[in-house]
Every structure is written in C-alpha cells, then in structure tokens.
Design a protein around this ligand. Sequence first.
Ligand code: SAM
Length: 286
Amino acid sequence: MQKGTLYIVATPIGNLEDITLRAIRILREVGLIAAEDTRRTRILLDAYGIDTPMTSLHDRNEREKSAHLITRLQEGTDIAYVSDAGTPGISDPGHLFVRQAIAGSIAVVPIPGPVAAVAALNVSGLPMDSFAFFAFLPSRRGKRRHLLESVREETKTMVFYESPNRLVSALEDIADILGDRQIAVSRELTKIYEETLRGTVGEVIESLRGKKVKGEITLVVSGTATARPDVSPEEIRARFQEARKDSTSSTRDIISALSEEMDMPRKEIYRHVLDFIRKESDDKSS
Ligand code: SAM
C-alpha cells in the first residue's frame, strides 16, 4: 500500500491573502488537516471554500496525536499540518510530528510561506543576509537578562518574538546589557495596524513612553559588529570589488584600508566579502 505524505503548510500571519496557490490546493486535496487550533484554521479554510476534515494537534497532545496520525499516514492518508499562524515549528508545534513521520519513513514535504521573523527582518533596515533567531525572549527577567548576556558578542542581526506587555521592560534590559543598539520593533505585520518603529533602543523606548502596546510584536536587534547600520552589505561588497580592481594590494590590506575608510571592524567587512573571495578562488581553480 502506498503511504501518505505529510505536508507542512505555512499560513498567513495576519492578512488572509498571504497564502500560496499551492498551499490552498494542498489543503483542499489532502485527506485530513491537522491544525494547532481548528477554530482558527476554520476561518482560513472558509475564506477559500475548503471543507477538508480537520483534527487538532497542539502543544499538549503533540506526542500521542502524532503517533495516531502516523498510523493514518502509513495507511495512505495524505495529511497537512498547519499551526495557528505562519510556519509550523517556528515557535509553534510541529517538530515532534515531523520527527515521528521521518522515523516512520513518511515523505515530509514543505509548503513554504510567511514567517513573522523574516517579515520583520525585511522591513527592519538592518542587515538580513545572515541573522540569528531566538524565538520568544524568556518571560522571567533573570532568565531574559541571562540570555541577553549570552548574545552580547553576536555579530548577526538578532530576531526575537516578544509579548506586548513585556516589550518595554525587554527593551530596557537590551539597552542595559547590549547597549544603545539600532533596533526595529514590528507590530501587527500584514494587519490593519501594522507599524515598525526604528531607531536606537533609547529612541524606541522614548516613543513608546506612556503608550499601551498592543498586538503581536517581533523585535529585530543589530548585531554587535554592525557599527554602521547605514552601510548595506551590497555597498561593502561593491567597494571591495572596486578596490580590488584598481589595486595590487593583498585582500588583507584592502580590507584593512576599507575598515579605516568606512569606520567598520575588519571582521565585519571580511564577513561580507567572504562569499565573493571564495567564488573568485573557485572560478580560478576550475
Ligand atoms: N509560527 C509563527 C511564525 O512563523 O512566525 C510564530 C508563532 S509564535 C506562537 C507567535 C509570535 O510571533 C507572536 O507572539 C509575535 O511575537 C510573532 N508574530 C506573529 N505574527 C506577527 C505579526 N503579524 N506581526 C509581528 N509579529 C508577529
């Protein structure tokens, strides 16, 4: 008997139009949709006229329910898994289900789509060529401060999920531990009251003073070596390539000169041009 396929389907993080044509087709064609919250997913299915049967799989029943659904997959039923919003498994259930499916030799197929962390990065204005995602900041102050201490030297842009009630105290801890970095606070992305506040941590705290913060929040914080958030990775690469064309100096000397000219750490420039250097030496050796 042919086994079924498990589809991991991303759904909108607010705006119901943010769903792919393939996701709609798969949700319509599978035998069963496992959803984190069937009532919430019903709204999405109704908007697209989908009447596939649903069952719930959430944090509290993921282990037993996955085992049951693996049996259905083994018997040939195709199943789609959707979380409340965005991509399953990203600060949402789904990981255990995927692992159990893999252990049962079930094909697991991604149907990609929205992730709040990536949407927030896209509009942050901070470097997004590489980033570190930390999911939710710990709710307890001590643990939160401990985590922030541990990322003090992180050079990549950092992305955190945060509750609106804790936003200001989290920002105060960030200012205290990481310093007055550039940040972007995105609220209610893709929804009616979407907004992104950008600036230093101090400026954003000031703009939130006396206001009640509401809605879903994603916080983007610049990495430690991003001393020049106004300089894009593309600009760094372009300046490096230009300098390389006109000079006989070594890569190391060019990077040192650019570091001085652009007031940026050598390490940061090196990080941005590494791919270019690697490609160049691959081209030479082939
Ligand atoms: N699976 C989701 C994803 O792919 O992004 C994340 C689920 S997690 C339980 C929910 C958190 O994601 C929210 O508390 C908030 O921090 C962030 N988030 C979700 N939707 C958002 C939105 N529309 N705007 C800003 N942040 C959002």
